[in-house]
Structure formats: structure tokens, C-alpha cells
Design a protein around this ligand. Structure first.
Ligand code: ATP
Ligand code: MG
Length: 456
């Protein structure tokens, strides 16, 4: 927005000159154009809305690949009749997926909310793009462009807000957050992503609405977090999570850590230093704050990940990273120690290194960073040797051990673990004969681990 000051007889008046969208920077993909043209030819207005249009604000600077969503007056069944390759994404909300040039585009009929409860909206179809824009969350997200005519609709001055670096709710902020509490988190993400200041009434309403966050479904909160973690600098939104007291509601395991400001801020710098291609590694870096002890922080992280309904596989990967972050290895450690570490960490070893590189880089410890790169090279060389690192790599298996007369049960696993330890110390021992001899020896000595003997 451009402000001009006029000297009038008695007072200074501020005249707002509103910005308009520079549509020349909008470059829709062919699939979008084809779908919009087909809708228009059939007599239905088709508008681009959301992220793709927002990306043109500020002349498209900092533009990222956005989804080109279409809003139209055509009803879902009419969209279905016009296109042969469709997917029912959310028919009850008026959204049909249309496949074009191997991309999926979301085509949504203009909507109006009829009933909201803080987490779901009951919608009805609307007749105009203006009505549709009025139900959107923030002014910068409520801009529409109609490629057929070049028309722009920006009823809430989202382009000016973007230009002024302001995030403002559409309409009465407090009401909008109460309709759907996810908007609180979305607002923090957009403010963080585009480095926008929260407009005062939006910020106040956000602060008040934070108490409604527990009403959201875990899935939506998780998806929102993952979007933050794939942004360029997640720390900005995560700082707002901290500042606005989001943590006690969904991330209580991190509340204690957030009070040690220096360490907390350092962890944010480290998160930003990890590539956005590794959002789970970024998440692990955040969760590492849950405890100094490896077992404690793993347990705390798993409880948080459980609450957010991460899948078993995701919990496994992230929990492993959090646990094995420390102790780390040194370049001067023996190859034996490197093998032991690789064996403990398993498939996540590269990600643990990424965590340490990010720590060093964000703290501007250049020497440490180059040391870690040396460690990386040494570990990589160790991996290339293909030495056994897990029980499955041994030249002997459970059946071989049973054949030696060992009774089925936990003893078999114990013996295999023991053999792996020996092989990690000296990989030359990984031959069937040596391992059988070692097993016999142990068995004849009657070596039984304490945990097993006490079970018996
Ligand atoms: P991103 O895809 O990066 O999250 P986006 O703005 O494209 O950003 P989407 O979630 O893809 O966000 O939604 C597309 C548009 O739909 C938004 O720009 C906004 O206008 C509207 N929208 C999405 N979620 C909500 C919501 N919870 N409340 C109101 N409007 C919403
Ligand atoms: Mg989007």
C-alpha cells in the first residue's frame, strides 16, 4: 500500500492507494489453462485462488511451486460431466480432482459456510467468487484471478497487505479463528513463511483462540506441522508456536525446554540449517530438546509423535534419530568403534550426521563442521567395506544355533547378539565355522545372560 499525506485545512489525512496484482508474473501450467478453458467454454466462470495467486504478490518474488487450485461456479456434478478423468477428493465440500497432463488439479465449487464448530465446516454452494473469498482465512489467501478475462478480485486488499508485510484475517479475526482453530496455526505458518507481521486484532484474536487448539484433530495439527517443517525457515513459525503458547496444547513435552532461551533458539537455528528436503530430520532436531538422556528423550518424543498420530514407521525413524543423536563418534575413534556406532544407529546414520552438521553450521563452528565431514567420509568408507553390522548379516542364523542343541527361546537371540558383538570387533570372525565354534564354546560354558536366568 502506498500512503500519501495531504495537508488539508486542519488535519493530515492518510489516503490509502491500494495495490493491484501484477498478473503478468502468473504463469499457470498447461493443465490448469486447459481445465479453466473447458469450464469457461461450458459457460462456467473459472478462477485461480489460493497459493498460486498469492505467489504473484510482491511481483512473484520468493515464488515457490504452488498448487493451482480452481474455484468455479460449476457444481460438482457439472465438473464431473465435463471431464473424463476425475477423482472425488471431497465431493461433500464441492471438490473434484481433475487429472490433466498427469497432474491433479482441485476444482472446487464456490462455497459459503453454513455451520462451523471450530474444526469442521458445513458448507453450501455459493454463486459468486466474492462469497467464496469471504470464507477464506487471510486476506493474502483471498485473492482470485480469472485467466479468461484477466480480472482480479481482491475484496479484502490482500495484495496491499502482502506489500505492507501484514497478515490479516478476513473479516472479524476472533470469529474466523473460532470457526476453525486450524487457522491459528496456518496464520503462524504464513506469517513465518513470508515474514509478515501479525496485524494487531489478528494477533490478539490468535492469542485468545490458542485455547481452542485441543479441539482440532491430531491429523490436521500434524499436517500443519509438516508444512511448517518443509518451509524454508521453519524457526519463524515455531517461534510463534512458542510465543503464543501453542506448546502446552499439542507439544507439552517441549514446554520445559522452551524456557532455556539460548538452547531453544540454538535448536531453531539448527532446524533451519537442515534442508527442507528432510522435514523428519528437522522434527527430530526439535524433539531432541525433550531430554538430555537418550532414553528419556526417545520416550518423550514417542509420546508426542503418538499424540500427533505419526505412523509406526515415522515414529521408528524419528525416535531412532532422537535417541542416537548423542553420543556421536570422533574421527580419531577406531574402525571398531565406528562399526559399533553404525550398528547401533542403523539406517539413520546419515541423518544423525546431518543433525551434527546443522548444529555446527548454525553455530558457525567451521572447524567442527569440517571435522564432521571427515567423520562422514570415514563412516562411509566403513560402510563400503560391507562388514556385518546387524544380526542378519552374520554368516550364521537362528536355525544353525538350534541345530547345535540350543533350546528355542530368547537364548537364540542372545547368542546371535553376542556373536554380532564379536564380529563388530573383528569382522574376520564372520565365518560359519568360527561362529559355530564360538557358540559351542559359550553354550558349553553355560553362559546365560542375567536377564534370562532371572526370567527362568
Ligand atoms: P499452502 O498450500 O502452502 O498451505 P495455500 O494458501 O495454497 O498454502 P491450501 O491449504 O492449499 O493453502 O488452501 C488453499 C486456499 O484455501 C487457501 O489459500 C485459502 O484461501 C483457503 N483455505 C485453506 N484452508 C483454509 C481454512 N482452514 N480456512 C479458510 N480458508 C482456507
Ligand atoms: Mg496450496
Amino acid at each position: 500500500m502506498v500512503e500519501a499525506f495531504y495537508a488539508d485545512e486542519s488535519l493530515f489525512a492518510v489516503v490509502r492507494t491500494f495495490m493491484t496484482l501484477d498478473t503478468s508474473v502468473l504463469k499457470p501450467p498447461d493443465g490448469f489453462i486447459e481445465i479453466a478453458n473447458r469450464l469457461e467454454q461450458a459457460g462456467f466462470k473459472a478462477w485461480a485462488v489460493g497459493g498460486a495467486v498469492r505467489a504473484a504478490c510482491g511481483g512473484g518474488k520468493g515464488k515457490r511451486e504452488e498448487d493451482w487450485d480452481i474455484a468455479t461456479e460449476a457444481r460438482p456434478e457439472e465438473v464431473g460431466n465435463l471431464f473424463s478423468r476425475t477423482v472425488p477428493i471431497g465431493v461433500e465440500h464441492g471438490t473434484i480432482g481433475v487429472l490433466c497432463h498427469d497432474d491433479l488439479y482441485e476444482v472446487t465449487t464456490f462455497r459459503r459456510d453454513v455451520k462451523t464448530d471450530g474444526r469442521h465446516a458445513q458448507v453450501t454452494f455459493a454463486d459468486s467468487i466474492e462469497e467464496d473469498l469471504a470464507r477464506r482465512d487471510f486476506t493474502i489467501n483471498a485473492i482470485a484471478w480469472r485467466p479468461r478475462t484477466g480480472d482480479v478480485r481482491d475484496p479484502f486488499d490482500g495484495v496491499s497487505d502482502f506489500d505492507d508485510r501484514v497478515l490479516r484475517a478476513v473479516g472479524t479475526a476472533a470469529r474466523r479463528f473460532k470457526e476453525d482453530y486450524l487457522r491459528v496455526l496456518r496464520g503462524m505458518r504464513f506469517a513465518g513463511r513470508f515474514d509478515l507481521k501479525l496485524e494487531e486484532s489478528t494477533a490478539n484474536a490468535m492469542r485468545e483462540a490458542v485455547g481452542g487448539l485441543p479441539r482440532l484433530s491430531a491429523e490436521r495439527v500434524r499436517e500443519e506441522l509438516m508444512k511448517v517443517l518443509t518451509d524454508q525457515t521453519p524457526s519463524s513459525a515455531l517461534c510463534l508456536y512458542t510465543e503464543f503458547d501453542v506448546l502446552p496444547h499439542w507439544y507439552p513435552e517441549l514446554v520445559n525446554a522452551s524456557s532455556s532461551h539460548e538452547i531453544w533458539d540454538a535448536s531453531f537455528d539448527a532446524i533451519d540449517a537442515i534442508s527442507c528436503r528432510h522435514p523428519f530430520v528437522r522434527l527430530a532436531r526439535w524433539l531432541i530438546q525433550t531430554g538430555e538422556d537418550a532414553v528419556v528423550r526417545r520416550a518423550a518424543s514417542l509420546s508426542l509423535l503418538n499424540r500427533l498420530k505419526f505412523s509406526n514407521a515415522q515414529r521408528g525413524v524419528i525416535g531412532n534419530l532422537v535417541e542416537h543423536y548423542l553420543p556421536f563418534v570422533n574421527a580419531l575413534d577406531s574402525p571398531k568403534r565406528h562399526r559399533q556406532w553404525l550398528s547401533e544407529v542403523g539406517e539413520s546414520w546419515r541423518d544423525v550426521i546431518r543433525l551434527h552438521v546443522a548444529d555446527a553450521r548454525s553455530a558457525k563452528l567451521e572447524r567442527r563442521e569440517s571435522d564432521i565431514l571427515v567423520i562422514w567420509r570415514l563412516l562411509h568408507q566403513e560402510k563400503l567395506q560391507n562388514h556385518p553390522l546387524k544380526v542378519q548379516d552374520l554368516d550364521i542364523n537362528g536355525d544353525d544355533i538350534l541345530k547345535l542343541g540350543v533350546p528355542p527361546g530368547p537364548m537364540v537371540g542372545f547368542l546371535l547378539e553376542h556373536l554380532l558383538k564379536k564380529v563388530l570387533e573383528d569382522p574376520r570372525k564372520n565365518t560359519c565355522e568360527t561362529l559355530i565354534a564360538e557358540t559351542r564354546h559359550l553354550f558349553e560354558l553355560g553362559v546365560v545372560p542375567e536377564s534370562l536366568s532371572s526370567d527362568a
